[in-house]
Write a protein that binds this ligand. Sequence first.
Ligand SMILES: Nc1nc2c(ncn2[C@@H]2O[C@H](COP(=O)(O)OP(=O)(O)OP(=O)(O)O)[C@@H](O)[C@H]2O)c(=O)[nH]1
Length: 214
Amino acid sequence: MSGQRVDVKVVMLGKEYVGKTSLVERYVHDRFLVGPYQNTIGAAFVAKVMSVGDRTVTLGIWDTAGSERYEAMSRIYYRGAKAAIVCYDLTDSSSFERAKFWVKELRNLEEGCQIYLCGTKSDLLEEDRRRRRVDFHDVQDYADNIKAQLFETSSKTGQSVDELFQKVAEDYVSVAAFQVMTGVCASPASLETSSRPTASGPLHELPDSQTEWC
Ligand SMILES: Nc1nc2c(ncn2[C@@H]2O[C@H](COP(=O)(O)OP(=O)(O)OP(=O)(O)O)[C@@H](O)[C@H]2O)c(=O)[nH]1
């Protein structure tokens, strides 16, 4: 597998205004756009090439619209995703309820998709701790339950944004390596918590002969 290219489909999900687009902007372009809020319509796609060890990994990121009007469309975009970044706003408890909705959907319909919970806008808490509306320990318990990883990020300052996407890529590469070694498909969670890998469908499709899929 050494030196080969790996492509990973990643989907961003979460209530409108939680900051999904801003997270992608910070990661891909290292910038935070100020100005009037513009809601995403449908979805937007961007790819970013990065390294994990000696592998070149391309993250294909689908940024979905958070508005419930586009809910049916978002389902189209998470199909076949290998990782989902489910966002909620740390200053808005209703956004965490919406995140749970997406987690339920993914767990029912996309078994092979690894979930990353992302609490956004952590800079607002730096300014005033009282603005926190979603308790860190409650979410950590929930994340442990659903075998998800938890990050708290700020697209404004960049806090933990690179770490989040790096972890998505690293997890995927370790799953792919495990599969090549054993011929068995597994999720990152099952690799961490169990010596018995979970059988699931193929991780993703091969777009060309250079790409390493399982
Ligand atoms: N202070 C602060 N504001 C943020 C942060 N991330 C996003 N915002 C603001 O929150 C608002 C919504 O951000 P978006 O990134 O457009 O949210 P979205 O989840 O993509 O919204 P939809 O496209 O409607 O689903 C914007 O005004 C952003 O400037 C952050 O980390 N810190």
